[in-house]
Unconditional design. Structure first.
Length: 113
């Protein structure tokens, strides 16, 4: 398997994919936004919303991974309380526990006090 960084197009394209795309497409769009957008507050809000509300665990997992990417790229999060809350909620989901712990570790590493 060859890794390819997903290409971020725009906020509008991401919103359209989140609304109408398949689960793999939504996951890719979220990761692309977290790696390519220069608007960390928008990506963070998108990721928190998807992590809280999306029906599919893969999308919720991609959303919290996106939060880790934003923290790594920008050294801060706009609403750390909301991120902490959503991570606590998802830590109770067995399929996401490991990813939650990875994201928490990334936040401890990359968030500048």
């Amino acid at each position: 398997m060859l890794y390819q960084q997903p290409e971020f197009e725009s906020r509008d394209a991401t919103a359209l994919t989140v609304r109408d795309g398949s689960v793999p497409e939504v996951c890719e769009a979220v990761i692309a936004a977290s790696l390519g957008s220069d608007d960390p507050a928008w990506v963070e809000a998108l990721c928190v919303d998807l992590a809280r509300t999306h029906d599919h665990l893969e999308v919720r997992g991609a959303a919290i991974l996106g939060l880790a990417h934003v923290a790594r790229r920008f050294g801060e999060l706009d609403d750390l309380a909301a991120v902490t809350s959503v991570l606590a909620e998802l830590a109770e989901v067995p399929a996401l526990t490991g990813r939650v712990e990875d994201v928490r570790s990334d936040l401890r590493t990359f968030i500048v006090d």
